[in-house]
Design a protein around this ligand. Structure first.
Ligand code: URA
Length: 233
């Protein structure tokens, strides 16, 4: 990894600040003053110090974002604002684990841990995704059995069984184990209803932190990471 990228990754500064640090001889690599900000280092083995303080590199970042409406779940886009635009420079190496629609809010996990990303999205792993759903029409009690059997989407796809909990006429929780395009919205369309607001509350063992406002993020705790890595759910 280039030294200046390392400086960004550990949150010590931007790439241009890394250049200035090198110029000012503030950076050492294994005790030697660094001469170039684009020199190659091994973040796992080399000891990099700034003003004598060792900079600690974590291989992976795990971020919980309370996604607001109006941003897309992508790493870059020519026209739209993406979820990465909500994160500081040092976390720009992560990618969202799955997608939420532009108008969907709530829990979005972002990481550069490709193995975890893959495991949580693998259809074989059946990781739960729980959504709070606001509906246009009142939700009849029969919808619980229909979701449990598995509704058929507009393209003929037969959904896996899903768990529906009715909280009030227009407010429900739906837990699904798949992630097809617009899945929750299409499941309610199949029942003749329409989703007017969608918020993800949980993904596997990871629950949206209620103290996060929309647009806010925090790092996952070690315990949250370990639980996700063990079995997702
Ligand atoms: N289902 C949807 O319809 N939209 C989302 O963003 C997530 C699940």
């Amino acid at each position: 990894m280039r030294l200046d990228k390392f400086i960004v990754a550990v949150g010590a500064g931007s790439r241009s600040q890394a250049k200035s640090m090198v110029k000012a001889k503030r950076l050492t690599v294994n005790g030697q003053v660094a001469k170039k900000s684009d020199m190659k280092i091994d973040p796992e083995k080399d000891s990099v110090c700034l003003d004598g303080q060792e900079l600690v590199y974590t291989a992976f970042d795990y971020i919980m974002l309370n996604k607001p409406a109006g941003v897309i779940s992508a790493t870059e886009d020519a026209r739209e604002r993406t979820v990465l635009d909500l994160l500081p420079d040092r976390y720009q190496r992560v990618a969202p684990v799955g997608r939420l629609d532009k108008d969907t809010v709530g829990l979005l996990l972002l990481t550069n841990d490709g193995q975890l990303n893959h495991n949580l999205l693998s259809p074989k792993k059946h990781v739960d995704k729980c959504y709070e759903v606001t509906l246009e029409q009142p939700c009849p009690p029969e919808a619980i059995a229909a979701m449990k059997t598995g509704v058929t989407l507009d393209d003929g796809y037969q959904c896996l069984p899903a768990e529906l909990t009715i909280l009030s006429d227009y407010l429900v929780h739906l837990t699904i184990q798949e992630g097809k395009f617009h899945q929750v919205k299409r499941m309610f369309l199949a029942l003749g209803n329409k989703v007017t607001h969608l918020k993800r509350l949980r993904m596997g063992s990871l629950t949206l932190d209620p103290s996060l406002e929309e647009g806010d993020f925090r790092l996952l705790t070690e315990e949250e990471v370990t639980r996700l890595q063990k079995n997702g759910n």
